[in-house]
Design a protein around this ligand. Structure first.
Ligand code: SAM
Ligand code: ZN
Ligand code: ZN
Ligand code: ZN
Length: 268
């Protein structure tokens, strides 16, 4: 077996979200959105391309209800219509994912799959993972009350690292009545380029991790603005230090919050 594959961390590979915690919603017939597209063989974009009403509202067409039938192009999550990607070992950031073929701006790259759990359970798990010493965090927010945890079960999207100058972004789509998270290209991406999206607002690791993305505009830390970052306690510590040492720079105040390998548990 390939040396690199042998070293891969253990996780269960899935390409559909896992609904062990609650049932998958059943789409009611009256909730099915039907677009007005008409398939025209001379215009491939006619079959649920950019002008499709469902595409414009980030909703996938429901099979057997779309007027374009088998020609419908708006079922990418359902058909796992992913871009070609490859795992590789980065320097200092663990595993990463790169484009294995040129990717066009706006292209759907892959779905971020994992276990769908409540936000409360996500908070409990992220603390438990930290206690167990798991260094990499894989929980991202799904909607106002739920998260996706790709720690034990996930798709290759779990290996996409954070970048402060990202070539990808997350987008939420309604697929058969459930919200799903996709990674999309923000720009044209050449084969061999590492994929990255901004973890801010979506991701939480519970610990402060120094960012090694290498971007000129690097903000210094991962997910610093995300909901799970729990910044209050950190803010209190910084304000306390600033009050004690009035000459300290912001950078030095931030550095003081670090423990050991550049990480700090921020439990409230
Ligand atoms: C969703 S995982 C990404 C895959 C991870 N590199 C791996 O090997 O499994 C997120 C974790 O990757 C690491 N990571 C991601 N982006 C990083 C960055 N820009 N700088 C430093 N570490 C990063 C952090 O340990 C973070 O908790
Ligand atoms: Zn359509
Ligand atoms: Zn369609
Ligand atoms: Zn950065």
């Amino acid at each position: 077996m390939d040396q690199q594959i042998e070293e891969l961390p253990e996780y269960i590979h899935i390409n559909q979200n896992d609904f062990s915690y609650r049932k998958h919603k059943k789409q009611k017939e009256e909730d099915i959105a039907i677009c007005e597209c008409k398939y025209n063989a001379n215009d491939p974009d006619s079959a649920c391309g950019e002008r499709c009403l469902n595409v414009l509202t980030s909703t996938e067409c429901t099979p057997n209800y779309c007027p374009c039938g088998v020609y419908c192009k708006n079922q990418r999550f359902q058909k796992c219509a992913y871009a070609e990607t490859k795992l590789f070992k980065t320097q200092g950031r663990g595993w990463g994912l790169l484009a294995d073929k040129d990717i066009k701006a706006g292209q759907f790259i892959i779905e971020y799959c994992g276990e769908v759990i409540s936000w409360k359970e996500a908070k409990r798990r992220s603390q438990a993972y930290e206690t167990q010493g798991l260094k990499d965090a894989f929980i991202i927010s799904l909607n106002g009350s739920e998260s996706i945890d790709a720690t034990k079960k996930g798709s290759l999207a779990r290996f996409i690292n954070h970048s402060c100058q990202p070539n990808c972004e997350t987008r939420k789509w309604n697929v058969l009545g459930e919200i799903r998270v996709g990674i999309f290209a923000k720009e044209d991406i050449l084969k061999g380029t590492e994929l990255g999206y901004d973890y801010n607002f979506e991701w939480y690791g519970g610990a402060k991790v120094r960012c090694l993305c290498g971007a000129v505009s690097c903000s210094g830390f991962l997910g610093a603005k995300s909901r799970g970052f729990q910044p209050l306690k950190l803010m209190f510590r910084i304000l306390f230090d600033a009050a004690v040492d009035k000459n300290a720079s912001v950078e030095s105040l931030l550095d003081r919050q670090e423990v050991g390998g550049g990480e700090v548990g921020v439990e409230l």
